[in-house]
Design a protein around this ligand. Structure first.
Ligand SMILES: *Cc1c(COP(=O)(O)O)cnc(C)c1O
Length: 375
């Protein structure tokens, strides 16, 4: 039996007819850029994130990396400004900061949650610190009760990288609706994924939304009048059509992921691995189910050889990436991040995974670790 890390094909086959109906409308109207499908998705996703007290507006854009760039630009982060960010994230979070000439200041993670450690934020703030980017990594919301008072006290702009956490909640409120701006990626493998590149920014601040609308479309209000230097980053109508269909399934799919996570937890509990902890303050959406173990590299290689696609998100922390050598970080600077990166293993998880497959994955892992859990 083969077990993919995520089964995009199986999901597609389940919703194929609906997808093609929506896409067909785009072709029939030849409304390919900023068309009605894009408007519809922006509205629906805004409604999804909103509460009675907190109305969220959204702007679709080209991808999740662009969403971060647009957010930083709209918040006027630029040359030599410092932006606080965890080193344990996908590289794009940091890339966005550097592309604007700003400087990423890394913060270590908390070992239990594997997310930015709120206790370490305050001491990293300087007079040059302009913003904080938090990452709801693996689908798990950061502790907003600890983070919001800090951004408020120091007047820091807050960006939420929600690329892995569509539909996740901190105390009944969706991530992406806490900070100044929430940034989403709809890369195909995410919990809500398009069939190509796509992204979105979300905010309750109408002024920021207006600004981002212009920034994402060459800084223009009218066709030939450019008020400032923007960029071309728009949500393609075809991708928006796909997302319109898939958004209707997001909560159901996330509940399937939660079921899979609980099932993994049950089967893995007697193995010599560290399981991700479940917090009652948040609704985790399990973009990844990440365990920790000592002989990770060996297990990773053998499992993949057997056709069980396990992953590592991520093996090299951002502060140790060759591209960031000029920032002069070194091994040992963020000990928790470095330790975690050497031990983590992402198990196959997606809404379509079955009980049989999870049994198979765990049985193989167990065999490899040469202990028996089914006694
Ligand atoms: C996927 C991802 C991004 C980038 O999104 P793209 O759409 O691929 O540009 C940014 N941050 C995190 C944490 C991600 O997982």
């Amino acid at each position: 039996m083969k077990v993919p890390l995520v089964d995009i094909k199986k999901q597609y086959l389940n919703i194929k007819d609906e997808i093609w109906n929506e896409i067909n409308e785009v072709f029939e109207t030849t409304s390919f850029i900023n068309g009605f499908k894009t408007k519809e998705f922006e509205k629906e996703f805004g409604n999804y994130l909103s509460t009675e007290q907190n109305r969220i507006s959204t702007i679709g854009c080209g991808n999740g990396t662009d969403a971060l760039i647009l957010a930083l630009k709209a918040l006027k982060v630029g040359y030599n400004d410092e932006v606080l960010v965890p080193s344990h994230t996908f590289f794009a979070t940091v890339e966005a900061i550097l592309l604007l000439g700003a400087i990423p200041k890394f913060i270590d993670i908390d070992e239990e949650s594997m997310l930015i450690n709120p206790k370490l934020i305050e001491k990293s703030i300087t007079t040059k610190t302009k913003a904080l980017i938090i990452v709801h990594l693996y689908g798990r919301p950061c502790n907003m009760d600890l983070i919001l008072p800090i951004t408020k006290k120091f007047n820091l702009r807050l960006i939420e990288d929600c690329a892995q956490a569509q539909g996740a909640k901190w105390k009944n409120k969706y991530v992406g609706s806490f900070g100044d701006i929430g940034c989403f990626s709809f890369f195909p493998g995410k919990n809500l994924g398009a069939y190509g590149d796509a992204g979105l920014v979300a905010s309750s601040n109408i002024e920021l939304i207006k600004e981002i609308r212009l920034l994402a479309n060459h800084g223009r209000k009218e066709k030939f009048l450019h008020n400032f230097i923007g960029q071309n980053s728009r949500l393609d109508s075809i991708q928006a059509a796909v997302l319109n269909v898939k958004l209707r399934y997001l909560d159901f799919w996330n509940s399937r992921r939660c079921w899979a996570a609980s099932f993994y937890r049950k089967l893995l509990k007697d193995l010599d691995v560290k399981l991700p902890n479940f917090s009652s303050d948040c609704e985790h959406v399990w973009h990844q189910f990440v365990i920790r173990l000592n002989n990770r590299d060996e297990i990773y290689t053998v499992m993949n050889k057997k056709g069980i696609n396990v992953g590592i998100h991520y093996p090299i922390p951002c502060h140790l990436q060759p591209a960031l050598k000029f920032l002069n970080y070194k091994k040992g600077d963020f000990p928790v991040t470095e330790k975690v990166c050497s031990e983590i293993l992402s198990m196959p998880i997606c809404p379509e995974i079955t009980e049989e497959k999870i049994h198979f994955v765990v049985a193989n892992l167990n065999k490899l670790m040469s202990r028996c859990i089914f006694t």
